[in-house]
Each structure stands twice: as structure tokens, then as C-alpha cells.
Design a protein around this ligand. Structure first.
Ligand code: CA
Length: 230
């Protein structure tokens, strides 16, 4: 059976557009205009993914997110307004899988949905660690901890390597600075943000990534980074 997506959105025209587009893509769709309805549909239907508008009439969408996270790892993509950068970061740090900013393109949204569902399938399938990643000219051997780019070896420091592995493991998803820090260091370092930026800049330089036109790691303005290599 196809994946069911719960669309939580109080704007009737956006919700209708989402319903039609998602159904055309082959998803099943359930809809909620409020947090209350969203929570009861989530509990009743156990959807594969939730598309969550954060500005809801009855309560903040963040409360819906926190309920979903208490129940498990169902992917949540939050929909935010362009002006609310802080909201994106808080939602990601509270366990949202990704975000789109209004007005978003359907192509962009579908890509985000596919990534989130693929990660979920991966988590459900196993906890086996892939040993060799090969992504767009980049090869990472997790046994020997060696990296090559277009056939040439790339020498990374342990932190650069750790950061690259985090980015690759969550490829396609927006990762906040805080998330990356915790994954690499296991805690929030006090000057972690600056250290992270320095290491990331060095890693991207070694990967030949130009910030304006990245091949592997893109900056998510106001949020963090996203691995874009396929
Ligand atoms: Ca709204």
C-alpha cells in the first residue's frame, strides 16, 4: 500500500493544492486544519510522514511536533513562513526531519518527502553501517577511514572525517549547527559554533566545494548545512 501523508495546514487553498499534488504522486492523504485534529488523525492512522504547518489556529505546530516525537520517529517536514528563521532551527532541533519555506515548489517538496521516507525506510530496515559510500565522485571507505575524490586521495583530519560522515549519513536533510556538533563531539561545545565553521570550511575546501556553487555540502542560510551529493 502507498505511503499515507498527514497534511496539517489551516489554509484551505494550500491544503487543497497539497492534497491534489500528493495524490497525483501516488500518496494517500489525510488532512487536518488544526492541531487537535492533527493529533487525533496521527494517533488513529499512523501516517508514514507528516507535513506540518507551524502556524495553526488552536495551538503552535511545535506542540504537534513534540507529541509526534514522543510517539516515535515518523518523519515530519515543517512548513514555515520565510521570515521565521529561528522557527526552522527550533523545529529541526526539536526533531523535525526537514523544512520547506512558503512559497515552496512542489518539486522541492516532493524531493524532501522522498529523502525523509528513504531515511525512515533505512532506519526501519536495519542498523547496519554501510562500509563504502560512493557519491558523485566521492568515495568513503568506512573501514579504512579513507576518502577519495575523483580517484585522488583526500586527507582529512579526524574531525573533518567525522563531520563528513555525519553529513553523508543524513544526506539530503538540512542539519542544524547544534545537531552536527552533537553528532561529531557528542555534546554542545562552548565555542562549538566557531570551531564547526572552521572545520566545515576546511572540509569543503578539500572536497573542492565552492560555497557559491557547491557540489557536496551546501549552506542552509540561518540553519546549518545540507549534503546535496546524490
Ligand atoms: Ca497556517
Amino acid at each position: 500500500m502507498s505511503d499515507e501523508i498527514l497534511v496539517v495546514e489551516d489554509d484551505d487553498s494550500i491544503r487543497r493544492l497539497l492534497r491534489i499534488s500528493l495524490k497525483t504522486e501516488g500518496y494517500r492523504v489525510s488532512e487536518a486544519k488544526s492541531a487537535t485534529v492533527a493529533l487525533s488523525l496521527f494517533d488513529a492512522n499512523a501516517p508514514s510522514l507528516v507535513l506540518l504547518d507551524l502556524g495553526l489556529p488552536d495551538c503552535d505546530g511545535m506542540e504537534v511536533l513534540s507529541h509526534i516525537r514522543e510517539c516515535g520517529s515518523t518523519p515530519v517536514i515543517v512548513v514555515t513562513a520565510r521570515t521565521q528563521d529561528d522557527q526552522k532551527v527550533s523545529a529541526l532541533d526539536a526533531g523535525a526531519d526537514d523544512y520547506v519555506v512558503k512559497p515552496f515548489s512542489m518539486a522541492e517538496l516532493f524531493a524532501r518527502i522522498r529523502v525523509a521516507l528513504r531515511h525512515r525506510a533505512h532506519i526501519l530496515r536495519s542498523n547496519d553501517e554501510t562500509h563504502v559510500y560512493s557519491i558523485g565522485g566521492l568515495t568513503i571507505d568506512n573501514d579504512t577511514r579513507t576518502v577519495s575524490l575523483d580517484g585522488e586521495p583526500v586527507h582529512l583530519t579526524p574531525y573533518e572525517y567525522g563531520m563528513l560522515m555525519v553529513m553523508v549519513r543524513y544526506r539530503g536533510k538540512a542539519l542544524t549547527h547544534r545537531f552536527i556538533q552533537r553528532e561529531v563531539w557528542g555534546h554542545d561545545a562552548s565555542d562549538g559554533y566557531r570551531t564547526l565553521r572552521v572545520i566545515m570550511a576546511s572540509l569543503r575546501r578539500k572536497l573542492g566545494d565552492r560555497p557559491a556553487n557547491p557540489r557536496f555540502i551546501a549552506t542552509e542560510v540561518g540553519v546549518g548545512y545540507r549534503f546535496i551529493g546524490e
